[in-house]
Design a protein around this ligand. Structure first.
Ligand code: CA
Length: 238
């Protein structure tokens, strides 16, 4: 599978043995894996790397994982799967109430882990609401079609296999087709008010998006760069 099609999973875990097991399992399934051991690093990486799914240990050296759930949920719906040795029902209920999508009690097996991850990512692709972006109906320009209900983008009828974050970017631009959306507005809308101000994350995502949706990524037909300002989705009048 081409690199840009792989979903990115952030593992937040301070136990080296479990970390190694998770990384090995996910890399073998062709996921793009990033790692960190502390809550502080986790919050930074979630903001700067925009993972498609987060595996979160609750017992971290510098903070409780529940604090991370609370913080992340204030600005993004990125799926969070808690992986914890805490097996009490109340612990699970607390994490889920704060906004975790799922909860795995250690020890757990590879098959279950992978199934939960697939379900979490699928869920974000199919839920019909997303914070800040009204997602319904269809937007079409040329051969590009954004299906807001299915969270899919098609080019000439073929699914372009955008990652969840790539979809959110295209969905936002499609909703405002014909208008320039500034980098800053996009970062705020997609990753929250505390998002990293660095546009690099947008450029990286946009390069990948263009390889998927533009017949010729060097001469974009659907998403234009307004240099130094932002991006604009064609409304068919270009
Ligand atoms: Ca731990």
């Amino acid at each position: 599978m081409a690199n840009e099609l792989r979903s990115k999973i952030l593992i937040v875990e301070d136990d080296p043995g479990i970390c190694k097991f998770l990384k090995h399992t996910l890399v073998a399934e062709n996921y793009n894996v990033i790692l960190c051991e502390t809550g502080k690093d986790a919050l930074e990486m979630i903001s700067s790397h925009c993972p498609d799914c987060i595996l979160l240990d609750l017992g971290l050296p510098d903070m409780d994982g529940n604090q991370i759930i609370r913080s992340v949920r204030s600005w993004t719906s990125t799926p969070i799967i808690v992986i914890s040795a805490r097996s009490m029902e109340q612990d699970k209920a607390d994490a889920l109430d704060l906004g975790a999508d799922d909860y795995l009690t250690k020890p757990f097996g590879k098959i279950e882990l992978l199934a939960r991850i697939r379900a979490a990512i699928r869920h974000t692709r199919t839920t019909s609401q997303d914070e800040g972006v009204a997602l319904n109906g269809v937007f079409e320009v040329g051969e590009l079609r954004i299906d807001y209900n299915r969270h899919r983008v098609y080019l000439a009828g073929q699914d372009t296999n955008l990652t969840p974050n790539e979809f959110r970017i295209v969905a936002l631009l499609g909703k405002h087709a014909g208008q320039v959306i500034t980098y800053r507005a996009m970062l705020r809308e997609l990753w929250g008010p505390s998002a990293n101000r660095d546009n690099k994350i947008l450029r990286v995502h946009m390069a990948s998006i263009r390889r998927k949706i533009e017949p010729n990524p060097d001469e974009p037909r659907y998403i234009f760069t307004e240099i130094g300002v932002g991006y604009r989705m064609s409304n068919g009048e270009d």
